[in-house]
Design a protein around this ligand. Sequence first.
Ligand code: BEZ
Ligand code: FE
Length: 293
Amino acid sequence: MGTEEQGYFTEESSTEVVTSRNAGAKSARLKEVMEVVTRKLHEAVKELEPTQEEWMDAILFLTRTGHMCNEWRQEFILLSDVLGVSMLVDAINNRKPSGASESTVLGPFHVADAPELPLGANICLDQKGEDMVIGGRILDIEGRPIENAVLDVWQANDEGFYDVQQQGIQPDFNLRGIFRTGSDGYYWFRAVKPKYYPIPDDGPVGQLLAALGRHPYRPAHLHYIIKADGFETLTTHIFDPDDPYIHSDAVFGVKESLLAEFRLMDDPAQAKDLGFDGKFWKVEHDFVLAPAR
Ligand code: BEZ
Ligand code: FE
């Protein structure tokens, strides 16, 4: 089958010997993937020349990463996130036409089946945090409003925790909701100002970050998944540009176009209309959806 022609495995011939063994692969894509991965991996090993102990450490790190995974925790995705691979895969799969809003990582805290709420509803169910009103339009790339766009939004609270991380402390579905635009393409809802938070760092990925001298924090943000018939689904965030971690997001999710303006409002009449007590934050951010491919 050609393996004899390749000769025996040596340091010099390693990549060719291994990849030629895959000549009978049933999937051309798998063959291509394994060829590239084998080549890059052998290149790394040749450049680094790990000791046997170092290679075993690497294997044990991956083993611990697997053991950390369960129904709720996907440590390999976290690893991909902190290595910038999640954002790279996201970028490759979400190249947008000019003018369309940019995507970013989904993250592990999305919950399916959040309640659909009327526009203007307050998604903060425990009255904790600084009041905030968020609104904007969902538009097509010609600037026309998109009716019936569905926004699935979720965020951390003012202490940097999602409801699912504080079951029994925060109400279920706290700071989550689904909203639908009317004919003007407008959405709005009330919430509280989110805070920065650490990605789950009590496992091997957290240990890796610490060993690399990196912090585990993500700057404050709101998550959106926006769907509309005839358009590509947009998974994205908006970020607080004044957050202390805005230039060092642990998972590289920040993009300039996703920085929103968080304005502190001292307007008693507007506060009263919104059912707020005093000062509140106001965020206005439009999203532009790309047409479906
Ligand atoms: C998040 O924003 O929810 C998130 C994203 C990546 C890793 C951890 C959390
Ligand atoms: Fe998040």
